[in-house]
Design a protein around this ligand. Structure first.
Ligand code: G3H
Ligand code: 13P
Ligand code: ZN
Length: 311
């Protein structure tokens, strides 16, 4: 089976009231951990590559490993560019064989966002590739994405219909209070998402797939292990899993998860090195890290996304 787009996946997910997991990939162990989990749970997958991941691993390596994952698993897998910030980056990914790209022009004004997104849609659709765009701005910091809280903005439901019609985009990421990274809500505060906005967007765009970025839950057990074995992560609250399940039962068809996987790897490595100071073969510690990725992804597929058995 070749790489697939998200068209069929999203149609079934929308109708079935579940979401597809979009997991960020940076190396072989992360890809294998995710794909092993999806294979055992018979789940369709989106594997996404950020600009930072491209720089770290080179897109061609990631693409070939994802193709190997398809051969090994027989699963429908979409290879997606995460947070493409320019036409050139999207074009390069499309030319390199990605089946889906995100053009993130959400930091531009509405008209400019439409202009840039439309250019990408034209180039992508002519080549059978699908496009995700973003309206509204999530807060949070990662390698190539850095938005302060004051620059974050919820999506305005009054804009979504015009945006989708004028750009021809295939899915839309919206801002309802999730944020990138491992520090989403301050300890002691009550996490809240603007489900009223999601509901209104769903009414304005019936049947249209919505995307939720910044959807890691930041499991407390990882924070504790990381800090117990020499790390120094401030306590923070992620997105409660029941909120993600609720979003998946509504118009959200794609849920992006990266930070939880990073934490799973880091917690495993910190514990491993503390307990096995004599080991120096990378397979000894990367193997358990891969297992940790598999475990958290299985949990997400079954208990959060509800896409198990849907491949
Ligand atoms: O939303 C961004 C993704 O989690 C990728 O993060 O830019 O650090 O690779 P990155
Ligand atoms: P998290 O940082 O919450 O995992 O979000 C990842 C993401 O949105 C990737 O685009
Ligand atoms: Zn994101």
């Amino acid at each position: 089976m070749p790489l697939v787009t998200t068209t069929e996946m999203f149609k079934k997910a929308y109708e079935g009231g579940y979401a597809i997991g979009a997991f960020n990939v940076n190396n072989m162990e992360i890809i294998q951990g995710i794909v092993e989990a999806a294979k055992e749970e018979k789940a369709p997958l989106i594997l996404q590559v950020s600009a930072g991941a491209r720089k770290y691993a080179k897109p061609v390596y990631l693409k070939k490993m994802v193709e190997a994952a398809i051969e090994d698993s027989g699963l429908p897998i979409c290879l997606h560019l995460d947070h493409g910030d320019s036409f050139e980056l999207c074009k390069d990914s499309i030319d390199g064989g990605f089946t889906s790209v995100m053009i993130d022009a959400s930091h531009h004004a509405f008209e400019e966002n439409i202009k840039i997104t439309s250019e990408v849609v034209k180039y992508a659709h002519d080549r059978g590739v699908v496009v995700e765009a973003e309206l509204g701005r999530l807060a949070g910091i990662e390698d190539a994405v850095n938005v302060s809280e004051k620059d974050a903005a919820f999506t305005d439901p009054d804009q979504v219909q015009e945006f989708v019609e004028r750009t021809g985009v295939d899915s839309l990421a919206i801002a309802i209070g999730t944020s990138h990274g491992a520090y989403k809500f301050k300890p002691g505060t009550k996490p809240q998402l603007r489900f009223d906005i999601l509901e209104e967007v769903g009414k304005r765009l019936p049947g249209f797939p919505i995307v939720l970025h910044g959807a890691s839950s930041v499991p407390q057990e990882y924070v504790e292990i990381i800090n117990k074995f020499g790390g120094n992560m401030p306590n923070a609250i992620g997105i409660p899993e029941e909120m993600l399940r609720k979003a998946a039962s509504m118009a959200v068809c794609k849920i992006n998860i990266d930070s939880d996987l990073r934490m799973a790897v880091t917690a495993t490595l910190r514990q491993y090195f503390a307990e096995h100071p004599e080991h120096f073969d990378p397979r000894q510690y990367l193997g358990p890290a891969r297992e940790a990725v598999k475990k958290i992804v299985k949990h997400k597929l079954v208990n959060v996304l509800g896409c198990n058995g849907k491949a």
